[in-house]
Design a protein around this ligand. Structure first.
Ligand SMILES: C[S@@+](CC[C@H](N)C(=O)[O-])C[C@H]1O[C@@H](n2cnc3c(N)ncnc32)[C@H](O)[C@@H]1O
Length: 285
């Protein structure tokens, strides 16, 4: 099942048709020390032209000098392009920027879902109230990355997480849309719900102001692990923003369980897309 609700700014392009050059962060026209405009398929990946920029394998800096690249770029080195057979590009406009997302219908995690556009709309409309500038944010189930990109553009320090298979495409979209146009380059990290949380995200070193989640609740078998993960990532002061399209009775069952552990506020509803956006803060009583 592929989501249908789209941002009103979306234009669709056939995978066989080259997408027009957009005013995005990595546009070669605009950026000094630029990367080439990304390919419409990841076959060419990212081509480094100057020192200090990314190589095809996602590493930064000139060959043999990888120890000189920024730590945030180093954390991206291990990811390779996700090998989907076909791609399309979807265009969005949030926070005053055109955002190009490379999607594939071959994976749920490679398509922007309606909860993502709803959450982005909320973030851009409430940036100051949410105090997003320099805020530490982790997104779970980030998929193709739209929410993390918008949060980065709005000034936050973002870590986008998902299953290993979708990280290549996620990294591609993040870099294409944020490199050299955000205060903090977003990071990509594997996070499988309920797995290795203490090991990979020890509470002593990882604190988040916000945990973001869009359309992570649907018909899958990991809902309990998802809730465990949401709880684990929240410490005192952390706010969880969860946007979801509600379709199935199991979605409402999850919401009931969510409300048992989080003080929950319905922040916004998007009736055309059946999306609800909740704020949750962990109950400490
Ligand atoms: C429906 S997609 C939503 C993607 C994105 N948040 C959006 O709204 O466009 C669900 C996402 O959750 C991820 N996911 C599913 N099961 C997961 C698990 N067990 N651990 C981590 N991520 C998972 C998928 O890879 C996918 O990216």
């Amino acid at each position: 099942m592929i989501p249908t609700a789209r941002s009103p700014f979306v234009k669709q392009f056939s995978p066989l048709q080259p997408a027009p050059i957009m005013d995005v962060c990595l546009s070669s026209e605009q950026q000094p020390g630029h990367l080439n405009e990304g390919p419409s398929t990841p076959d060419g990946w990212l081509e480094a032209k100057e020192e200090g920029v990314l190589h095809e394998d996602g590493t930064g800096g000139p060959p043999g000098e990888s120890n000189k690249i920024e730590p945030s770029l180093q954390s991206l080195q291990k990811f390779v392009p996700t090998d989907y057979a076909s791609y399309t590009q979807e265009h969005y406009l949030f926070a005053g920027k055109k955002i190009v997302i490379q999607e594939s219908i071959e994976s749920y995690g490679a398509v922007v879902w309606p909860g993502a556009t709803a959450l982005c709309q909320y973030l851009e409309e409430h940036t100051e109230e949410l105090n997003l500038q320099d805020a530490k944010i982790l997104e779970i189930g980030a998929g193709p990355g739209l929410v993390s990109i918008v949060a980065s553009i709005l000034g936050a320090q973002v870590t986008a997480t998902d299953l290993p298979d979708v990280l290549g495409n996620l990294q591609y979209n993040l870099l294409k849309n944020t490199l050299k146009c955000t205060a903090h380059l977003p990071e990509v990290k594997e996070l499988v719900w309920g797995e290795g949380l203490e090991q990979n995200f020890p509470k002593s070193s990882f604190y988040y102001d916000y945990v973001l989640a869009s359309d992570v609740v649907y018909h899958h078998y990991f809902l309990d692990k998802l809730l465990t993960t949401m709880v684990y990532l929240c410490q005192p002061g952390t706010v969880l923003l969860w946007a979801n399209k509600f379709r199935f009775s199991t979605d409402y069952e999850f919401l009931d369980k969510f409300k048992q552990v989080f003080d929950t506020t319905l922040l916004a509803e998007f009736p055309e897309a059946s999306v609800k956006l909740f704020k949750g803060t962990l109950r400490w009583d």
